[in-house]
Design a protein around this ligand. Structure first.
Ligand SMILES: [Fe+2]
Ligand SMILES: [Fe+2]
Length: 147
């Protein structure tokens, strides 16, 4: 991958989380390519906007799936984990809006390929990892995979 270093993302013992994280990386990568093409004038703004929307939709779904599992299993740090999700979704919406209104590709690139990956790696290593460990350690846990 050219824009994000997927090797920084640890495998977690819940396969659905790994799939969501891999998809998030793929969408970011596609958005990076669209931004580059737009800068080189070989691709249109429409593609950038479309991929930005796809990223926002997937990020919401990704977070909702984790939140559902946390509620179902009574994960004690649910409010903190969900609070981080909500904060990032609001930030992502704000950056997307700023790009739609101002069209500043440098700002968007900085956000997508510096701010988001740094947060993402940190979040997965801490809150997601803690959540996955809690969920699979519960008696009768299903959907777990040895890693
Ligand atoms: Fe996650
Ligand atoms: Fe999370």
């Amino acid at each position: 991958m050219r824009f994000v270093d997927a090797s920084q993302i640890p495998e977690l013992p819940l396969p659905f989380m790994n799939e969501d994280h891999a998809e998030e990386m793929r969408l970011l990568e596609g958005l990076g390519e669209a931004l580059e093409a737009h800068r080189a004038r070989t691709g249109g703004l429409e593609t950038v906007l479309e991929r930005l929307s796809l990223l926002a939709v997937h990020t919401r779904e990704h977070f909702l799936r984790e939140e559902q599992v946390m509620r179902e299993t009574g994960f004690p740090a649910y409010p903190q984990h969900k609070g981080e999700h909500d904060r990032v979704l609001a930030e992502m919406d704000g950056e997307a809006r700023a790009f739609r209104e101002g069209g500043d590709p440098v700002r968007l690139r900085g956000y997508l390929f510096e701010t988001v990956p740094a947060w993402f790696v940190q979040h997965i290593r801490t809150m997601d990892a803690m959540t996955a460990r809690f969920v699979v350690s519960r008696p009768g846990a299903s959907g777990a995979a040895a890693v």
